[in-house]
Design a protein around this ligand. Structure first.
Ligand SMILES: Nc1ncnc2c1ncn2[C@@H]1O[C@H](COP(=O)(O)OP(=O)(O)OP(=O)(O)O)[C@@H](O)[C@H]1O
Length: 603
């Protein structure tokens, strides 16, 4: 039995057991607790995409819960809508609110989202409690229509079965989404934003998407509560509810099972402690601290760790294909094409001008090197070319397009791959997933396709290609290891594999030999030449002159942000300005004088 089949078997068993409970008890309290577990799971499952996968914190999701709850209340009790379309409208409305909050809040980095969501939660709380004419404050809206089938309103049992069905459907869809390119992209955004952009992922869009998913599920949870109670008032919408939703995810842990564990444990605890509200709040605070310090990966992470340690057979590694065709990049460059032409690039940070009117031309099919003393502006130039740093002035034409000022993910999608001076791997993910992330822009499955499980073929093709790339770089055996646990030299090679997976026409390598031993540096030279032979153009920043001289067709020299020389390795090596830049002006002068003297003697 495959892991996938085993998962669905377990899901069917757990769902059947949960569905059987209402058949053996008609105790209203027990059925209500089961219903609340389902509702809380629905809210937490979406929140997990935002908090667990994408790493964004929100403390205002009670506001989105309120949007769902009051949408069904107003539509059914005031305007007489059928409860089913009202329920759908609640999810849509919460999603729209999610977009409106996320678009401005996620433009800025840092804790902006947490601040904006706290503000949103407080504003909604105030509106529903004080705008009496519409929301009826504490008195609340009565007569909210519950869901019904064939004119029969849902009983307590029906509600349990309905949330169970909805919960299972949500679990299956989110699992399909999170196991594919979307899940990897959410995690990449969480781990290393700059690296995510470098493989063609729009960090902003993925954060907004995660927020909207969480908004929709919280809105649906609010609608379920309002429809089941047939009533909603402002007492439901509190800051405590926002904390509770966040806590379920932090406590449960950011695997697809985390929200379920969080919802079960915390709903039972909530029911148990409801008689002592003072103790309840204290317990949540203590649990939050416990979750943050003792179980950084939550209950699900803790269970997984224990399972790995005590019963490794329960978590078998996915079998990988052994026979692989050699990897070949798509879309080869023609030999004489000018792949990149940049003119007048200028960037200043106050008085420091790391890029000062630089022109460069990169010919397809060659290895170009960018050298210069420390602080000459090499990395800044690479960052400008790859979009991480927008230039103050200047133009860049790459692969037939003007790319100056475009965001890095769009430049990556135009065919520019890169590695980083300070490694930027997705350290907590597997080696294979790191390379699959490189292929992100080349996996055609869209959002709906992923939710509905249509991405299987594309995923397998991506896995096979990622393995081919790993094989080409001698890393296939490490495919299932965690990237961050590998030796430094292997991590560097993995970053190169990930960059190759983006199908670059131009590959920028920022000091790829930094930290490598002589043997690894020699191997790197061979790898760079092989990459060139595959038709991929390379721009290399390196301090190891042996490596530069061994692999380069063309060398560009920067000093104080300006290009001071370029040409063949032999040409720049003997250029007095280059010698002066590296050894000091005196050395350059002496050299020039010697040259002149030599010339005079010769004359
Ligand atoms: N974001 C920034 N803010 C202020 N100064 C910066 C910034 N980025 C780079 N600089 C400055 O610009 C200059 C060039 O830096 P850059 O990292 O591009 O040089 P480099 O040639 O890559 O150096 P190295 O070989 O040491 O990596 C340095 O003086 C650096 O301090």
């Amino acid at each position: 039995m495959t892991g996938e089949q085993r998962h669905y078997l377990w899901l069917a068993v757990v769902a059947a057991l949960a569905a059987a409970v209402p058949l053996v008890t008609d105790n209203d309290f027990h059925l209500r607790v089961l219903f609340l577990i389902g509702v809380n799971y629905i809210a937490a499952a979406g929140m997990n995409v935002l908090v667990g996968y994408t790493g964004q914190k929100s403390l205002g999701h009670a506001g989105l819960f309120a949007v769902g709850a009051y949408t069904v209340a107003l539509l059914t009790a005031r305007w007489g809508w059928n409860p089913w379309p009202a329920f759908v409208a609640a999810g849509v409305m919460a999603g729209l609110f999610g977009i409106v909050i996320a678009l401005p809040a996620l433009r800025v980095k840092g804790p902006a989202l947490a601040m904006v969501t706290i503000g949103f939660g407080i504003v909604v709380e105030k509106i529903v409690s004080e705008w009496q004419d519409v929301f009826a404050g504490q008195q609340g809206i009565y007569g909210v229509l519950p869901l019904s089938i064939g004119g029969t309103m849902f009983s307590s049992r029906h509600w349990v079965w309905f949330v169970l069905l909805l919960g299972v459907a949500l679990h299956v869809m989110l699992r399909l989404l999170l196991r594919g390119r979307f899940g990897r992209a959410f995690m990449a955004v969480n781990t290393a934003e700059v690296a995510a952009e470098s493989v063609g992922i729009s960090v902003y869009r993925f954060k907004v998407l995660a927020f909207v998913i969480s908004a929709v599920t919280c809105g649906l949870a609010g609608a379920l509560i309002a429809q089941q109670n047939q009533y909603i008032n402002s007492d439901f919408i509190t800051f405590n509810l926002s904390v509770f939703i966040l806590l379920m995810v932090l406590f449960g842990g950011h695997s697809v099972y985390g929200p379920l564990l969080g919802a079960v444990v915390l709903t039972l605890l909530d029911a148990f402690l409801s008689r002592w509200p003072g103790v309840q709040h204290f317990t949540y605070g203590a649990l939050l601290l416990f979750a943050l310090y003792a179980m950084p990966d939550g209950l699900a992470g803790f269970v997984k760790k224990m399972a790995r340690q005590w019963a490794p057979g329960l978590l078998p590694a996915e079998p990988l294909p052994q026979q692989l065709a050699p990897w070949r990049p798509r879309g080869e460059a023609t030999a004489e094409e000018m792949l990149l032409e940049a003119q007048g690039l200028y960037k200043a940070y106050g008085g420091v001008v790391p890029t000062n009117g630089v022109d460069i031309r990169i010919r397809a099919g060659h290895v170009h090197s960018l050298i210069g003393p420390n602080g000459a502006g090499k990395t800044t130039l690479l960052n400008i070319l790859s979009g991480i740093v927008p230039p103050d002035r200047g133009s860049i034409r790459f692969n037939g397009r003007d790319v100056a000022g475009l965001p890095p993910y769009r430049i990556a999608r135009a065919g520019l791959g890169r590695t980083f001076q300070n490694l930027k791997l997705f350290a907590g993910m597997s080696v294979l997933d790191n390379v699959k992330l490189g292929l992100h822009a080349h996996i055609p499955t869209g959002f709906l396709g992923s939710l509905l499980g249509r991405g299987g073929g594309a995923e397998r093709a991506a896995r096979d290609e990622a393995l081919q790339i790993l094989d080409a770089l001698g890393l296939k055996d490490k495919a299932q290891e965690v990237a961050g646990s590998l030796p430094y030299g292997v991590q560097r090679r993995l970053e190169l594999a990930r960059a190759l997976a983006t199908h670059p026409r131009l590959l920028l390598l920022d000091e790829p030999a930094a930290g490598l031993n002589p043997q690894e540096t020699q191997e790197l030279a061979q790898v760079i030449l092989r990459i060139r032979d595959l038709g991929i153009t390379v721009l290399l920043i390196e301090h190891h002159m042996d490596l530069v001289m061994a692999v380069s067709d063309h060398v560009i020299v920067l000093d104080y942000g300006q290009k001071i020389a370029e040409g063949t390795p032999a040409h720049v090596q003997s250029d007095p300005r280059v010698i002066a830049a590296y050894l000091g002006p005196q050395a350059g002068k002496e050299d020039e004088e010697e040259e002149e003297e030599g010339g005079a003697h010769a004359r």
